[in-house]
Every structure is written in structure tokens, then in C-alpha cells.
Design a protein around this ligand. Structure first.
Ligand SMILES: Nc1ncnc2c1ncn2[C@@H]1O[C@H](COP(=O)(O)OP(=O)(O)OP(=O)(O)O)[C@@H](O)[C@H]1O
Length: 253
């Protein structure tokens, strides 16, 4: 495996009843970079994410975190070893406040699943750290607000704070700007630019302007395989990438 990669995959493969959604992917994510996974619909981005975080077992291949083989480990173990994933809004509890969500995440050893037995002492102990994380994602003023009262973009920011509670080495963001208007997209780009400091970020993102503004390296997937990889400007201008996207657009019509 590449010496300085923090997260890497070799020959990673996933079959769904005979259909190969991820097909022999090699990936090297360098430490403290933002690495974007892009590609047309159905290219295998989400499946690859699920493999890297242990949410799906691989059909073949190997995954390493900091040189350690993490292939086949369950998501809680992968999370505890330092790979955190930003969850979708469905995992928020409508009536719990933003701060309580982050406090709960801070007292959970894996950041996954929620402990319903909430120790008042622990919750108090984590209050300051929770407020720091909320401030980091621009939610300081909404710390007491119940999750259900937060606008869509703010809910996504709360998910980011929850993922950061684990103090991950690698933060995986699944379409962080999906469904957002321009203003929230800009704000989210700013947040990611702030939280990436000292961390490694892997993100699936459809919005190419967001990719261009944040990513150091872009991996383009097509039909489960790596089509092209490199810096954004280089990838964007690559004929194979243009053809893949045009082909996908044609197929959609
Ligand atoms: N659980 C599953 N069972 C069967 N096929 C699946 C399953 N999950 C994904 N697939 C198939 O694998 C392929 C890759 O899907 P995946 O969701 O990883 O693509 P994607 O690049 O994330 O697409 P999108 O941009 O639309 O989210 C698709 O053809 C999809 O239909």
C-alpha cells in the first residue's frame, strides 16, 4: 500500500447478486487532504462509502487505515478507529436539542447508535466540548433549539458536529450540500474548509463547484471502477470524464 496514505483500498469489490457495483477499486487518501469521490449516478460512490465505513462487507479486496487492515470490521469498530461518517438527518431526534445531540455523541464510544441512558454527570462533563463543536459549525446560537426546529442546512451542520464529536482521523461526508440552496452551499463549503484543518476528509459530492473549491484530489468512478484520479482542474478537463458525464446525461434522456 502507498506509504503515506491514511486510508487506502486495494482491489475493493462489492457484488449485489451477481451485479458488481464496486469493481476492483484502488484508492489512496493522503492525510490532511480533502478527497472527493465523483461520478455519474450509479457509479458506485455510495457503495464504496459503505465499504470504507464497514456498513457493507466487501466481496473482495482490502482496506487499510493508517497501515492497519480494517477489512471486514463492523462499523462501530471502524468508527472507533477513527473513520467517522456524517449521518443523514433521519438519525436526529426531533425533540432533543442540538447541544444534547452532540453531548450524546461525545459520550458514545463509537459515535454510532445512541445511548438512551444518559448520565447527567457525563452530559455536564461534555457540555463545553459540545458547545465548542457547535460553534465550529456555526450553531452556537441554536444550541438549545430542538432538532426539529432547525432549517435543513442547519440540520446538516448538526450532523457534521455529531461526526466531529468522535474526533475522527478521517471524516466521510456523503453529499454534504445535497438539496441545499446557494446560500447554504456556500456556508457548508466554509464549514468544511474550517473543519478540515488537521483532518482528512473524503466526500461524495455531485456539485462540481463545491468539489473544485474544496478537493485536493478527485477520484472519478464509473461503472464501479476508477476512471480518472488527480487534481480537480486536471480531472475536469479530462476527455474520459467529460464523455462519462455526457454519456450519463444522454442515458437519462
Ligand atoms: N443493495 C443493493 N442491491 C442491489 N444493487 C445495488 C444495491 N446498492 C446499490 N446497488 C447498485 O449498485 C450500483 C451503484 O450504486 P451506488 O448507489 O453505489 O451508486 P452512486 O454512484 O452512489 O449513485 P448516485 O450518485 O445515484 O447516488 C447501482 O447500479 C445500484 O443500483
Amino acid at each position: 500500500m502507498a506509504g503515506q496514505a491514511i486510508l487506502s483500498a486495494r482491489g475493493l469489490t462489492r457484488d449485489f447478486r451477481g451485479f458488481r457495483a464496486v469493481d476492483g477499486v484502488d484508492l489512496d487518501v493522503a492525510p490532511e487532504t480533502v478527497h472527493a469521490l465523483v461520478g455519474p449516478n450509479g457509479a458506485g460512490k455510495t457503495t464504496l462509502f459503505n465499504l470504507l465505513t464497514g456498513f457493507l462487507p466487501a466481496s473482495g479486496g482490502r482496506i487499510e487505515l493508517d497501515g492497519r487492515d480494517i477489512t471486514g470490521l463492523p462499523p462501530e469498530r471502524v468508527a472507533r478507529l477513527g473513520v467517522a461518517r456524517s449521518f443523514q438527518i433521519t438519525s436526529l431526534f426531533p425533540q432533543l436539542s442540538a447541544r444534547e445531540h452532540v453531548q450524546l455523541a461525545l459520550q458514545s464510544p463509537s459515535g454510532l447508535g445512541w445511548r438512551f441512558w444518559r448520565s447527567a454527570t457525563l452530559m455536564r462533563r461534555y457540555r463545553d466540548r459540545a458547545d465548542e463543536l457547535l460553534a465550529m459549525v456555526d450553531l452556537a446560537e441554536l444550541a438549545e433549539a430542538p432538532a426539529e426546529a432547525l432549517a435543513y442546512g442547519r440540520k446538516r451542520a448538526l450532523e457534521l458536529a455529531i461526526a466531529l464529536a468522535l474526533d475522527p482521523k478521517v471524516l466521510l461526508l456523503d453529499e454534504p450540500t445535497a438539496g441545499m440552496g446557494l446560500e447554504d452551499v456556500d456556508r457548508t463549503v466554509g464549514l468544511i474548509a474550517a473543519v478540515r484543518k488537521g483532518r482528512t476528509v473524503v466526500m461524495v459530492e455531485h456539485n462540481m463547484s463545491v468539489v473544485g473549491r474544496l478537493a485536493d484530489t478527485v477520484t472519478v468512478l464509473q461503472a464501479g471502477k476508477v476512471l480518472v484520479e488527480g487534481p480537480y482542474e486536471q480531472v475536469r478537463a479530462d476527455e474520459r470524464v467529460i464523455t462519462a458525464y455526457l454519456g450519463a446525461a444522454d442515458a437519462a434522456h
